[in-house]
Design a protein. Structure first.
Length: 205
């Protein structure tokens, strides 16, 4: 597989690249593990910047497989988009409000956005601000799938029940993919399944 590279940080909607290849976005509360999951998926530590402190990612960061010129006739097969988190962040409120608006505007208004992975910390489950994002995606008819993160931090025996409970929570949501993926960026769990799901989503399946 070609190495992945960072191509663009988007601080506001007007800086988005022209609509081109399928985009796959990673959304979730601050610190849930979005950037870590992208690094684990593409096998490149430090590609997306991570931190113990919530609020690390502050722009929509575009990653593509290396080797594309960016010309109209040479488009990458897809772009992975790391996003600022919503919810708590150790940054001034006006900044956090601006990131949240950017994330929400992007999620509901991007034609080439093929799938959103909504990351949920396996220890905490779906929170009120996650529900808000799921409702926005349902309303905008943007396909999304729930991904549990940091499953290395919970007891393995509890995982089937957690998955079942999460599935029950999204059962009536029209744009939710009816399966929940359980991952650990730390230990590598669930990454192959997620890679396969992403490849399918990028191909419009
Ligand atoms: N144990 C464990 N820790 C993880 C895992 N994934 C991420 N972390 C840790 O969680 C913290 C936050 O990870 P990030 O990837 O920066 O989270 P983020 O969602 O991108 O955060 P923001 O950009 O601030 O919204 C870091 O300290 C990571 O090392 C995981 O699978 N297992
Ligand atoms: Mg991040």
């Amino acid at each position: 597989m070609r190495p992945w590279v960072f191509i663009r940080g988007v601080p506001a909607m007007k800086f988005l690249p022209p609509e081109g290849p399928p985009e796959i976005a990673f959304a979730g509360r601050s610190n849930v593990g979005k950037s870590s999951l992208i690094n684990a998926l593409v096998g490149k530590k430090g590609l997306a910047r991570t931190s113990n402190t919530p609020g690390r990612t502050q722009e929509l960061n575009y990653f593509v497989p290396d080797g594309y010129s960016g010309g109209e006739d040479d488009l990458p097969p897809m772009a992975l988009i790391d996003m600022p988190g919503y919810g708590y962040a150790s940054a001034p409120k006006d900044k956090v409000d601006a990131w949240t608006k950017l994330v929400f505007d992007y999620l509901k208004g991007r034609v080439t956005l093929k799938r959103v992975y909504v990351l949920i910390d396996a220890r905490h489950g779906i929170k009120a601000n996650d529900e808000e994002v799921l409702s926005l995606l349902d309303k905008a008819a943007v396909s999304y799938q729930i991904v549990l993160t940091k499953t290395d931090k919970i007891k393995e025996a509890g995982l089937p029940r957690l998955i079942a409970n999460t599935l029950e929570r999204i059962r009536k949501r029209p744009a939710a993919y009816p399966a929940v993926l359980a991952t650990s960026s730390e230990k590598g769990g669930g990454l192959d399944e997620l890679r396969a799901a992403i490849a399918q989503a990028a191909n419009g399946l």
